[in-house]
Write a protein that binds this ligand. Sequence first.
Ligand code: ZN
Length: 305
Amino acid sequence: MATQIPPANRFDSRTPRAATSQSGTGQTSKGAKSKSGKRGIQQSRAFCTKRCLLGLVNGGALDRDCANVNEHGTDVHRINKSTFLALMGAQLSQTLDSDFQPCERPGSRGVPFRATLASHGYTVIAKCTPADFVTHLWHEAAVYDRLQPIQGYCVPIHLGNLDLQLPYYYEGIAKLTHVMFLGYGGTPIYQHWHRLDQQGVLRQAEKCMNAIHGRDVLHRDVMPRNILWDRDRSEVMIIDFERAEMRRARPVLGQLSINRKRKSASDSPDAKRIGSISKLCAQEMEQLKEEMSCLGRTEVCTRQT
Ligand SMILES: [Zn+2]
């Protein structure tokens, strides 16, 4: 039977909070002394901006608006994405007591943490999961790879996956062994819905879903919990691609056989397949509209949990 992630109290990911010391071999109480000698109470850092992480991934200039920029370099990033992942793996193999705290309500297959690369200040989301769900996170990583051109705009920036050498015992029940690093995308949109320009936000969400479909990806779990709102940038982000389906890329017209060309366009297998995909995309778009209208009908949509 698969490990179940226990529910936890919801809290805003930006709110500094107390962290529980975690040695990797079991839970200790809040305020207990960790291996590093620090007490368990820690202040949370601000997350890196999307522009900052795009610079890290693409080798661009620093984003002066990132709260952690002074630790990233002078003019350009001192490290790149692969070095970030290697250094983060080395850091987490030493201690989980600092710069690594749960920061959001758990999902069905993962717990979001706030992780800081202590040597360079990068602060990102670390989605952690038990061994039972590792394959789901590798699948999600492959989907993010397909969505690379729209990372940072409609979906979070993916910084890589790794296995934890020291497991994290979440709430004393779930043994978390694998982590996926992502840029911060915001908080669930249902927390903000009554304060937003709802039609404008719906148009943004449709645009994002169109961009995802444009990369031949069906999300397959379009629920309000998977639609985030970044209130600093007033932007929608779509997350959680564990169940997503990657469709085959469209064929190049020049590769069609002579016989296929003789058939009418609507009868060809490729035309039927593309028609089928278009129908699925349209259905998913309708589901998105329905879920978001559900937010407008009730204070909190009952289907979000
Ligand atoms: Zn940064």
